[in-house]
Design a protein around this ligand. Structure first.
Ligand code: NAP
Length: 248
């Protein structure tokens, strides 16, 4: 029997990268999986088919995580399809890197709205269902950059640090209702997001990582399985780094 048998999970931003790996790992562990995508429609449709072929209930939704109204509609549609929600993974995220001197208001707003406001939007819309069933696990994908900061990513670092404050506050507010809220802080994970980075910079990072390599999306997904499952039933308000020891 899988670790997530009988649980209904929603993952934002799962058309590729870490979100996609989480959707597949959850399904392999027996969860029913709802997921979102925005621009990558074809990838979203093919993921839905791949998940269904595993033998669980799966549904992809095209939904902008940055929109409050879309998040409300999404949770309504998820409940209509799956009946309940047990796990919410706030994963959708973007980068719009620039040094502060060159960063536009638009670059700031896009990153804050997609990475941070989205976490508020989805959590706010889902929480009434978690409260009703007196159970739930919320997993927010932050970053080591939210802990340490990074030159050229003031917008991204601020959004990810904001997620950590939000995660701890929600854990404090909702612990008495048996609702857990944790964050995962990946380090350098090889996805489309990091494929844009300067290869020389990437090599020098890898050398400074104790495990001497970048991580795979599946290695972040395995941590998400743990936090979604009852194996972590006494863990809330925590930030787990999945970074090969990068920030140690
Ligand atoms: P990715 O490969 O670029 O995938 C990002 C995903 O987010 C895509 O599925 C994308 O969907 C979705 N997305 C973007 N904007 C969205 C929106 N407004 N509404 C709904 N979905 C949206 O990135 P990744 O590397 O897997 O990153 C996933 C998460 O991990 C992000 O929060 C990122 O900040 C975090 N993270 C990544 C790393 C890393 O090294 N890769 C490290 C630390 C943290 P569409 O393509 O369909 O638009």
């Amino acid at each position: 029997m899988g670790l997530l048998e009988g649980k209904n999970a929603l993952i934002t931003g799962a058309s590729k990268g870490i979100g996609r790996a989480i959707a597949l790992r959850f399904a392999q562990q027996g969860a029913n999986v709802g997921f979102t995508y925005l621009s990558s429609q074809e990838l979203g449709i093919s993921l839905q088919e791949e998940l269904q072929s595993i033998g669980i209930k799966a549904m992809g939704f095209r939904s902008d995580a940055a929109s409050y109204q879309a998040a409300e509609e999404l949770i309504g549609a998820f409940i209509a399809h799956f009946g309940t929600i047990d796990v919410l993974v706030n994963n959708a995220g973007i980068t719009r890197d620039a040094l502060l001197m060159r960063m536009s208001e638009q670059q700031w707003d896009q990153v804050i709205n997609t990475n941070l406001k989205s976490v508020f939007n989805l959590t706010k819309a889902a929480v009434k269902y978690f409260i009703k069933q007196r159970a739930g696990s919320i997993i927010n994908i932050t970053s080591v950059v939210g802990i340490k900061g990074n030159a050229g990513q003031a917008n991204y670092a601020a959004s990810k640090a904001g997620i950590i404050g939000f995660t701890k506050s929600v854990a404090l507010e909702l612990g008495s209702r048996n609702i857990r809220c944790n964050a995962i802080a990946p380090g350098f994970i090889e996805t489309e997001m990091t494929a844009k980075l300067d290869p020389q910079q990437v090599e020098s990072w890898k050398e400074s990582i104790p495990l001497r390599r970048g991580g795979a999306p599946q290695e972040v997904a395995d941590c998400a399985v743990f936090l979604a499952s009852d194996l972590s039933s006494y863990i809330t308000g925590q930030v787990i780094q999945v970074d090969g020891g990068m920030l140690t």
